[in-house]
Design a protein around this ligand. Structure first.
Ligand SMILES: Cc1cc2nc3c(=O)[nH]c(=O)nc-3n(C[C@H](O)[C@H](O)[C@H](O)COP(=O)(O)O)c2cc1C
Length: 289
């Protein structure tokens, strides 16, 4: 996807903001975000996902009444809500598209926070008029960050080690999963992988594992499932680690695009047979010639 904003700057400044100023989003900004959303096509794997913004109007937050976040988010100025039908790779597509919206929001000066667990699912589903065959896997709180963070927010960040990311050699591999990929071996894909490493993920678990083929700019994306963390976990109704994979793909694509690298994600045969890897194959980035 070709974006018309500085994705690197957006990736650098984005973080999960849970305390906002009591301030509505400028109507022109809401309009620009809305128009970006309507310009989004289907996801990488063809899922047709609809997104909508619900925002407070200046001086009146009535519009957001009932959209609860169990105390995790204070004074949000709005939410981006998406609804999705069943389908192959639909959660990855949800992550990919919503993260692009997150980065666009950051480029417009908005702070945000993904919510996949701490939101009242049924009220949000009601707000977007989700049909019986649609689900709302996660939403995005948006607004302007308050200067002072709450204690609960600082504790949450500390518990999830939210300022840090796994070391390069723990998540990027070369040829097989016992050989780490060095920064030099990543070559022109170094920034794509670095952007990926900075991506947000549910509980900051960073479940992505990337395997580069030897002598080829072909990157296989795998999910390392966190034990017992799936759609049956406490407060979580969707498989958020699959959403994380889509987020990773959006950051990778942004980094590749920055270097003029053209390519595509597709699902091929996993290069490592299922029995030989504890990871779940998701998709492969192939450079276009
Ligand atoms: C799919 C997804 C779901 C998330 N769900 C929640 C949530 O329910 N509540 C919350 O406070 N943060 C949530 N987060 C934010 C993560 O905790 C955060 O991205 C992670 O700790 C890294 O911190 P950072 O975003 O500031 O870099 C979610 C993030 C993602 C990507």
């Amino acid at each position: 996807m070709k974006n018309n904003f500085d994705e690197k700057e957006a990736i650098m400044k984005r973080y999960s903001c849970r305390t906002y100023e009591k301030k509505s989003i400028e109507p022109a900004t809401v309009e620009e975000l809305r128009s970006y959303i309507s310009s989004l096509g289907n996801g990488l794997f063809g899922s047709d996902i609809r997104f909508d913004i619900t925002a407070s109007v200046p001086g009146d937050s009535e519009n957001l009444r009932g959209l609860g976040t169990y105390g995790f988010i204070r004074n949000p100025a709005g939410f981006v809500i998406g609804a999705m039908k069943k389908g192959d790779h639909n959660l990855e597509d949800y992550g990919f598209l919503m993260e692009n919206i997150t980065l666009k929001a950051a480029s417009l000066g908005l702070d945000s926070c993904w919510l996949g667990g701490s939101f009242s699912r049924s009220s949000f589903a009601g707000r977007i008029n989700a049909a019986a065959d649609e689900t709302v896997p996660a939403v995005l709180a948006i607004g302007y960050a308050a200067e002072k963070k709450r204690v609960i927010e600082r504790v949450a960040r500390w518990k999830m080690d939210a300022d840090n990311r796994k070391a390069w050699q723990r998540i990027f591999f070369h040829g097989d999963f016992s050989t780490p990929l060095t920064v030099d071996e990543a070559g022109i894909y170094r920034e794509a992988l670095e952007f990926l490493r900075m991506a947000p993920s549910a509980v900051n678990y960073q479940p992505w594992r990337i395997l580069k083929e030897r002598d080829k700019n072909r990157f296989h994306f795998y999910l390392k499932r966190t034990k017992d963390y799936d759609e049956n976990s406490f407060m979580v109704k969707s498989d958020l680690q699959r959403v994380d994979m889509g987020i990773a793909m959006s950051h990778f694509e942004a980094g590749a695009g920055l270097h003029g690298l053209k390519g595509k994600f597709s699902v091929t045969d996993s290069p490592v047979p299922g029995k030989e890897t504890p990871f779940i194959y998701t998709a492969t980035w192939k450079e276009a010639r």
